[in-house]
Design a protein around this ligand. Structure first.
Ligand SMILES: [Cu+2]
Length: 160
């Protein structure tokens, strides 16, 4: 089948219109997760004067805000990063006046239209066994794994 030049042009135009519709997200259904203000506390991988066993224990925490602009809920189920041996979702709880951290085992749900804040004193992502020191001004990549949205990589800024 052969197209004359004008009809080829028409075909091209209708395709670009269809693609533009997808890109601007007018047909979005399901969750749509946005990550804001990701930062981590500065920490030394090897505290001064300490030996190998404590190096394995060097920790930091990541804080950020999750926003769901979509129409369905989603759930943060895992976190991955190269800078630490393990990254876990934790919640700080105060029991009998003593603050302690509890692993969040069932993931963190973000309902449509909701914001969930990971902030000091509440939810946070614990980095355990730092592979390198995190100095103020550094940045590293953290991958958030969502049940519906899949993997979402964010840049984390290190602060004092
Ligand atoms: Cu923790």
């Amino acid at each position: 089948m052969r197209f004359s030049l004008p009809s080829r042009l028409m075909l091209l135009l209708s395709w670009s219109v269809a693609l533009a519709g997808c890109v601007t997200g007018q047909i979005v259904s399901g969750p749509s997760i946005v990550v804001e203000g990701a930062w981590a506390r500065a920490a030394d991988a090897r505290p001064a004067g300490d030996s190998a066993p404590s190096q394995a224990q060097a920790m930091s925490a990541v804080y950020l805000t999750l926003r769901n602009d979509g129409t369905a809920s989603d759930r943060l189920v895992a976190v991955e990063t190269d800078v630490a041996k393990a990254a876990e979702l934790h919640q700080t709880q105060v029991v009998d006046g003593v603050a302690r951290m509890v692993p969040v085992t069932n993931g963190l749900t973000v309902e449509p239209g909701q914001r969930v804040e990971l902030a000091p004193g509440g939810y946070h992502i614990m980095l355990m066994g730092l592979r390198r020191s995190l100095r103020p001004g550094d940045a590293f990549t953290l991958t958030l794994v969502f049940e519906q949205s899949g993997r979402l990589s964010v840049e984390v800024e290190v602060r004092q």
